[in-house]
Design a protein around this ligand. Structure first.
Ligand code: HEC
Ligand code: HEC
Ligand code: HEC
Ligand code: HEC
Length: 112
């Protein structure tokens, strides 16, 4: 009986940490599984700087193609009055992504 009471919060904590890691690592994992190496994004021997949007667009672009891919999403995160903004306003590779638009709106985007 005592054991059960002790184990339950610990189990819940581990589960929450696990879920957090899954969410936090999602994009890094997707790129890893797709075989994208560090050099695929960081055009430097020892990665130390952020990756410019132009590098992302090299594989995923142009922006009009991205807009096409998410044209079912309302509103379209890749086609708005904000124009062709940098990817890192929303997508992060090594840390959780964010929703830039919530600064002014409350769209419930889930940013991969
Ligand atoms: C060398 C090519 C390459 C570069 C550079 C690259 N990506 Fe990717 N990206 C891929 C591939 C391949 C996938 C996996 C596609 C899939 O799983 O369908 C992917 C997946 C993604 C996804 C996930 C799509 C999904 O359906 O969940 C996002 C978001 C993304 N990339 C954004 C970026 C951003 C932002 C950058 C710049 C920091 C970037 N990518 C740089 C090739 C690249
Ligand atoms: C305003 C935030 C925002 C910005 C800026 C942004 N994205 Fe996205 N992106 C999203 C959201 C949200 C989704 C998921 C849409 C959905 O629900 O399917 C997405 C999805 C994607 C996908 C997956 C598309 C698919 O086929 O499902 C790729 C690849 C991607 N983004 C790449 C990029 C790249 C590269 C840039 C920069 C040139 C960029 N994004 C800029 C918010 C953003
Ligand atoms: C899909 C593109 C992509 C790949 C692949 C990638 N990175 Fe990154 N990296 C980024 C982006 C974008 C940032 C900016 C911070 C973020 O989004 O998490 C960054 C930031 C960094 C930074 C910190 C620089 C800063 O000022 O934030 C280091 C160090 C780094 N990456 C190392 C690596 C290493 C090592 C690998 C290979 C294991 C790697 N990266 C693979 C896109 C990538
Ligand atoms: C600096 C604040 C700001 C940011 C950031 C911002 N918006 Fe807006 N947005 C506005 C304002 C102000 C309006 C005009 C509101 C109105 O006319 O009612 C607007 C209007 C819109 C509209 C018109 C439809 C409506 O509901 O009024 C859409 C769609 C939209 N924004 C999408 C986006 C998307 C997607 C992003 C992120 C890429 C974004 N916005 C980022 C301020 C912002």
């Amino acid at each position: 009986m005592k054991k059960r009471i002790l184990l339950t919060p610990l189990f819940v904590l581990i589960l929450l940490l696990y879920i957090f890691c899954l969410v936090a690592q999602a994009l890094e994992d997707r790129h890893g599984k797709a075989g994208i190496t560090c050099e695929g994004c960081h055009k430097e021997n020892l990665p130390s700087k952020k990756v410019p949007t132009a590098v992302c667009l090299g594989c995923h672009g142009p922006y009009s193609k991205l807009a096409q891919e998410t044209n079912k999403v309302e509103p379209n995160p890749h086609d708005s009055h904000e124009g062709e903004i940098d990817c890192d306003r929303c997508h992060h590779n090594h840390k959780p992504s964010e929703n830039y638009c919530v600064g002014c709106h409350n769209f419930a985007f889930t940013v991969p």
